[in-house]
Ligand binder design. Structure first.
Ligand code: PEP
Ligand code: MN
Length: 365
């Protein structure tokens, strides 16, 4: 896939003095008070270059808090006046763009549920024509790199040269540790294609839970991301949206302090082919293990089901069918037949071991 973007470096729209860009702020602007207090605490902590806040919230289900809309814009303008920090908000419709520009919002971002739809992205591009505002584009909810690139092309063709990518992970149908699967290799691929495009990690929406923020943020920095966008709320548990993934401004400061920036080791990571390829392989291996972990937890459930229904662990028909279908799949993917066979023998043996263990344990009362 070849594509060209005409973009300006990140330093043309924000000065981070060589450090990773930190965007912090609440998932949503809820009240004037909450915005003022949260932003002022973030300012006091001193780590943020930009404040984020959602004004229009794209909610999966109706009836959840859908954002305060235009009413919140003056609160954000006031927060910028008090702190001197530029403000970023999400835009999803041409009306949002129009209002954001009218209030002089400094940075816009396009959310994951908007990036998936080329019609919506084109509408935003048309509304942005002639504006000189940085636009950050979140990855689409589904793992489709071409769709993400298409969004950059549309916005870029409208004359927006201050662009950045936000990697927030991809929705996962299977059971998973994270709210959104990172699939790091997709973002690394984007950065490899467009080394000058700033890449910003969004551990908040990947994690879904505070406990995982640190490891995801560290991983983004290890991959030489240009910055992080992290949700922070004065009273996270009472947040009107995304309560379980937000941190207080102080806790965010402590977390950022703990992160190591491995500039020296990674250096020109993306310039070096060897390093790029190795980091892609590292990512894939990690995902392989994550998938094996998910598979094993399904096997465990299967074991419990067999135990409770008095079914034998090994069913020859199933194993024969599994071996054949995996062999056929492997062939389509140009993998050595004996490799696929041995791999699935090992996986199958380990599943049997797990299920036998479950069989011999007492059901939970
Ligand atoms: C957000 O940033 O609050 C948000 C809604 O994110 P996403 O578009 O990544 O779901
Ligand atoms: Mn959010």
């Amino acid at each position: 896939m070849s594509a060209i973007l005409d973009i300006l470096p990140m330093s043309s729209w924000i000065d981070t003095q060589g450090k990773p860009l930190i965007i912090a702020g609440p998932c949503s602007a809820e009240t004037e008070e909450q915005v003022r207090e949260t932003v002022s605490q973030i300012k006091t902590e001193g780590y943020a270059h930009v404040i984020r806040a959602g004004v229009w919230k794209p909610r999966t289900r109706p009836g959840s808090f859908e954002g305060m809309g235009e009413a919140a814009l003056p609160w954000l303008v006031a927060a910028r006046e008090e702190t001197g920090l530029p403000i970023a908000i999400e835009v999803a419709t041409p009306q949002h763009v129009e209002l954001a520009l009218k209030y002089g919002i400094d940075i816009l971002w396009i959310g994951a549920r908007t990036t998936v739809n080329p019609f919506n992205v084109q509408d935003l591009a048309d509304a942005l024509q002639g504006a000189d505002v940085p636009v950050l584009i979140k990855n689409p909810v589904n793992p489709d790199l071409a769709l993400w690139i298409g969004a950059f092309e549309r916005i870029n063709r409208a004359g927006i040269k201050k662009l950045g990518a936000i990697h927030r992970g991809f929705s996962n149908a299977q059971e998973n540790k994270f709210r959104n699967s990172p699939m790091w290799n997709i973002a690394v691929e984007l950065k490899t294609m467009f080394p000058e495009l700033p890449l910003i990690g969004d551990p908040s929406h990947m994690a879904g839970k505070r406990a995982y923020l640190y490891e995801l943020a560290q991983r983004a920095l290890d991959l030489n991301y240009d910055g992080l966008i992290i949700e922070s709320h004065r009273d996270p548990d009472k947040a009107w949206s995304d309560a379980s993934q937000q941190l207080t401004p102080k806790a965010l400061g402590e977390m950022l302090h703990e992160l190591s920036i491995r500039q020296a080791e990674y250096g020109a990571d993306f310039q070096s082919n060897l390093e790029t390829l190795r980091s892609k392989i590292d990512n894939l291996d990690r995902e392989l293990l994550e998938i094996l972990g998910t598979r094993m937890s399904l096997v465990e459930q299967l074991g419990e089901y067999k135990r409770d229904n008095n079914v034998a662990v090994l069913q020859m028909n199933r194993w024969r069918e599994l071996r054949k279908s995996r062999g056929d799949l492997g062939k389509q993917m140009n993998l050595y037949a004996d490799f696929v066979e041995e791999l699935f023998e090992l996986i199958h043996m380990t599943s049997i071991r797990k299920q036998t263990e479950v069989m011999n344990s007492a059901p939970v009362a």
